[in-house]
Design a protein around this ligand. Structure first.
Ligand code: SER
Length: 428
């Protein structure tokens, strides 16, 4: 199954269950002052959950573009290092606004995973909220009852609020959740240590796939929970992780969502992916961050020094520092990735060449500007290094490194790399 089929099977399944299928909303959360970017599929439905607005449909399914780079849910520094975190990802979700609840949500999740996607039942583990005194919440016995009818009890695990109570941020709609995890290890490893020991332990091959949240409360700014008048369902399944499982890969970066992009980056930088870990990590960071940048710009953000634009500029600069330092590229290059990225997403609204060329041009000018900044900063640093050498000094004060960053915009990582290469120690 390729990724497009996998996405379509999810949407068709819920269409058959009478859900209204809607397209992804913007990745930029401009209407919500508590957020900058859409960090979960449920953000756009917040008002429906709280009861401020009424949804035109009581049940919905979608595939929402999400970005986790700021606030409570921030995966920026996990990216590339492990095999399943992304800054931008797609979240498959089904939603009930006061319609169905735990029974149907659990039943359909199980049916979709085991009958349509044919994931082996023996590899599935589910987690259930075990209660929390502080919030006066009891064990989720209802979810337990429904899961017991489907899966062996040894595959049902109980966790506290950290894992099984989902909150959008410090305030907002929230509720207990039941999560579905999948063990992707080989049979030998499974025999040695059963998967139930590895759930929620950050094992790269025992991963959370789907979070089914039962929204019933509103967390207020004083930390207390208020019961909502109606119960809702908010589910979020990581699309990239689902592809990893169904395509039997060990990393989301090895799925067909990323392979052509990674190949393209490797070819354009004269590298071979899969040989050296530092190079691979750099390529993964570029592939992941570029998706975030492209879709944020497509959704109306311009890199700048303010708010949303600042965040996007920072990510783009992280990409440039990565290719400059690790892939030895000193000319604009990632603007060429816009076309393959848009091609993969197959969003018809983005497939117009004027939008593609607008995004490429914007990225090209950001790359040109920042590479010029780096060049000027490096010239300054070399002048300082020459003066130090003249004085037979092998030490540079860290405040000079910071001064170069603050005055000339020279990234600290680049200054440190250059001083290191020239046998100059940074004195802190
Ligand atoms: N809100 C939950 C999450 O983001 C499920 O959609 O994980």
């Amino acid at each position: 199954m390729n990724h497009k089929q996998i996405r379509q099977i999810f949407l068709s399944f819920f269409k058959r269950k009478k859900h209204n299928i809607i397209t992804s909303a913007s990745i930029v959360a401009k209407k919500d002052s508590s957020l900058m970017f859409t960090n979960a599929g449920m953000n756009i439905f917040k008002d429906f959950f709280i009861g401020n607005k009424k949804s035109p449909y009581s049940i919905i399914a979608n595939c929402q573009k999400c970005l986790r780079i700021t606030g409570k849910h921030n995966d920026l520094f996990e990216v590339g290092k492990d095999t399943y975190h992304h800054t931008m990802f797609e979240m498959l979700g089904n939603w009930s606004f006061g319609d169905y609840f735990k029974k149907e949500a659990i039943k359909w999740a199980w049916e979709l995973l085991t009958e349509c996607y044919k994931i082996d039942k023996a590899n599935i583990y589910v987690t259930i909220f075990k209660g929390n005194k502080e919030d006066n919440l009891s064990f989720d016995s209802e979810s337990f009852k429904y899961w017991k009818n489907k899966i062996d009890e040894s595959q049902i695990l109980f966790f506290d609020k950290k894992h099984n109570f989902w909150e959008m941020g410090t305030t907002g709609p929230c509720g207990t959740c039941t999560e579905i995890h999948v063990d992707l290890r080989n049979e030998k490893d499974k025999l040695k240590l059963p998967g139930n020991n590895l759930v929620n332990k950050k094992h790269p091959l025992v991963i959370e796939l789907w979070n089914i949240v039962f929204i019933q409360f509103l967390r207020q700014s004083d930390g207390t929970l208020v019961k909502l008048p109606t119960c809702h369902v908010d589910t979020g399944m990581g699309f990239e992780r689902l592809c990893m499982i169904l395509q039997k890969k060990q990393s989301t970066y090895d799925t067909d969502i990323f392979t052509s992009l990674i190949k393209y980056i490797a070819q354009n930088t004269d590298q071979i992916y899969g040989v050296t870990e530092t190079i691979d990590l750099a390529i993964r960071i570029i592939a992941d961050h570029m998706r975030a940048v492209v879709f944020a710009i497509a959704d109306g953000i311009r890199p700048s020094n303010k708010k949303y634009g600042y965040v996007i500029r920072k990510i783009l600069r992280r990409i440039i520092v990565t290719y400059y330092l690790t892939l030895n590229i000193n000319k604009p290059f990632v603007f060429k990735l816009v076309k393959p990225i848009i091609g993969y997403m197959n969003h018809s609204d983005l497939n117009t060449s004027p939008l593609q060329s607008y995004i490429s041009t914007l990225i090209l000018s950001e790359e040109t500007l920042f590479l010029t900044t780096i060049k000027l900063g490096i010239n300054k640093l070399y002048k300082i290094i020459d003066q130090l050498r003249y004085k037979k000094c092998h030490m540079i004060a860290v405040k000079i490194i910071y001064w170069l960053y603050e005055t000339y915009g020279l990234p600290l990582e680049i200054s440190k790399r250059i001083t290191n290469k020239n046998n100059i120690q940074v004195d802190s």
